[in-house]
Design a protein around this ligand. Structure first.
Ligand code: SAH
Length: 331
C-alpha cells in the first residue's frame, strides 16, 4: 500500500489523524482488504478501495516447492518484475526473503539476478508489500533483505520498510540486511541505524584477486575497507556480522582458502554462513565433503560457522536464483 498516497487521500477527506494508523494496523495484521477494516466507516472504506490500491504490487505468479517454500513473482505498476520468497522451517520459523531492487546493477558472476536487466530501486511501499503479501498467508517472524538487488544502493527505501516490520511481527533483531559491501551505503548504515537490525556481508573469497574475479564490485570497494567497516559496526553496535560464503568447486573451497578466511576474520566479530551453490549455470557447487572440510578448518580456528539450509531449489527460489530464467528469456 502506498502509505504516502493513503495519508494524502485521508487528508483530502479531512479525516482524523489517527485514521492512517488504523488502516496500517489492519494491513500489518494480514487483513485481505479494506472491507475487513470494521472500525473504518464503510463509505471511507469503499472510497479508499477506489483511490488507494491495497497493494502497490500485482501478483504475476506464485509457486510452492516440495519443502513448503513459496516464491512469488510480482509486477510493479510500471511493469518491473520483483520476486520474494517465504521459507518455512520444521521448527515453525517463518522467514521471508525480500527484494530491494528490480534486478541488480552489480554483476556477481554466480548470481542469476545480476544477469537480468536492472530495473530500478523499489519504493519502501513496494518492499513492504512483498512482506504484507506473505503476512496475509501466515504469521511471520524473520525477514532477510537477500532477494533481488543491493540493499545498500537503496538504503532509504530499505530502512523505511524495515522500520515498519515490527508491526507485522518481525522484530529488528530478526531482520537482516545483506550487502556486497557497497561502502557509501554500508557506512551510512553503520553510522545512522540505531535499531538492532542485523548485518550480513557477501564475502565469497578470502583475498582481493579472487573476489574481484567473482564480484566486480570488489575493485571499487576492496576487502580491507569493507571488513574495516564491518568491524566498526561491531565496535559501535556490539552485534556480530554474518559472512556469506557461497561454495564453488575448485574456485574458493580449498582448505588453504579456509585457512586464509580464518586469518582474515576476527572470530569475535564474524560468524560464517557457508552457502551451497545453487545452480545458475556458470559454476559447479562444492561437494558435501569439501564443504565439511572447509567448515572444520574454521571450527578448529574458532571462527563460528554454519552451513545454510538450501530451500526452494526446485522452483528456483534459492539464493542467487531469483528472476533468472524468465527475464533472461524475455530479454
Ligand atoms: N546484493 C546483496 C543482497 C542479496 S543476498 C548481497 O549480495 O548480499 C543474496 C545472497 O545469495 C548473497 O550472499 C549472494 O552472494 C548469494 N548468492 C548469489 N548467487 C548464489 C548462488 N547461485 N548460489 C548460492 N548463493 C548465491
Amino acid at each position: 500500500m502506498d502509505l504516502a498516497l493513503l495519508e494524502q487521500r485521508l487528508n483530502d477527506r479531512a479525516q482524523p489523524r489517527y485514521r492512517a494508523a488504523q488502516v496500517w494496523e489492519w494491513a500489518a495484521r494480514g487483513t485481505a482488504g479494506y472491507e475487513e477494516m470494521t472500525n473504518v466507516p464503510a463509505a471511507l472504506r469503499s472510497a479508499l478501495a477506489d483511490e488507494v490500491p491495497f497493494s502497490t504490487l500485482e501478483v504475476a505468479a506464485q509457486s510452492e516447492a516440495r519443502d513448503g517454500t513459496v516464491k512469488t513473482l510480482f509486477r510493479t505498476h510500471d511493469g518491473h518484475s520483483v520476486e520474494a520468497v517465504l521459507m518455512r522451517y520444521r521448527d515453525g520459523r517463518r522467514s521471508i526473503c525480500v527484494s530491494s531492487q528490480s534486478g541488480c546493477p552489480l554483476t556477481c558472476t554466480f548470481c542469476a539476478t545480476g544477469a537480468m536487466r536492472f530495473g530500478r530501486n523499489l519504493t519502501a511501499s513496494e518492499i513492504l508489500d512483498q512482506a504484507l503479501h506473505f503476512r496475509r498467508i501466515e504469521a511471520l517472524d524473520h525477514c532477510v533483505f537477500m532477494g533481488m538487488g543491493e540493499p545498500m544502493l537503496n538504503l532509504d527505501g530499505v530502512l523505511e520498510a524495515a522500520r515498519r516490520l515490527p508491526d507485522l511481527g518481525i522484530t529488528h533483531r530478526r531482520t537482516t540486511i545483506s550487502t556486497v559491501g557497497w561502502l557509501p551505503g554500508l557506512t551510512r548504515f553503520v553510522d545512522e541505524v540505531e535499531e538492532p537490525i542485523r548485518l550480513a556481508l557477501s564475502l565469497h573469497a578470502p583475498e582481493d584477486a579472487l573476489r574481484s574475479g567473482l564480484m566486480p564490485v570488489n575493485e571499487r570497494y576492496p576487502l580491507a575497507e569493507v571488513l574495516a567497516e564491518c568491524r566498526r559496526y561491531f565496535a559501535l553496535r556490539r552485534r556480530k556480522v554474518f559472512v556469506e560464503y557461497v561454495m564453488l568447486a575448485g574456485v574458493n573451497d580449498r582448505v588453504e582458502q579456509a585457512r586464509q578466511l580464518a586469518e582474515l576474520l576476527d572470530r569475535r566479530v564474524f560468524k560464517v554462513n557457508l552457502i551451497p551453490y545453487n545452480p545458475t549455470g556458470a559454476f559447479e557447487g562444492s561437494s558435501r565433503r569439501a564443504i565439511d572440510a572447509f567448515k572444520s578448518v574454521l571450527d578448529r580456528a574458532g571462527v563460528p560457522a554454519t552451513v545454510r539450509l538450501t530451500r526452494g531449489r526446485d522452483i528456483e527460489a534459492a539464493c542467487g536464483q531469483l528472476a533468472a530464467s524468465r527475464d533472461a528469456a524475455a530479454a
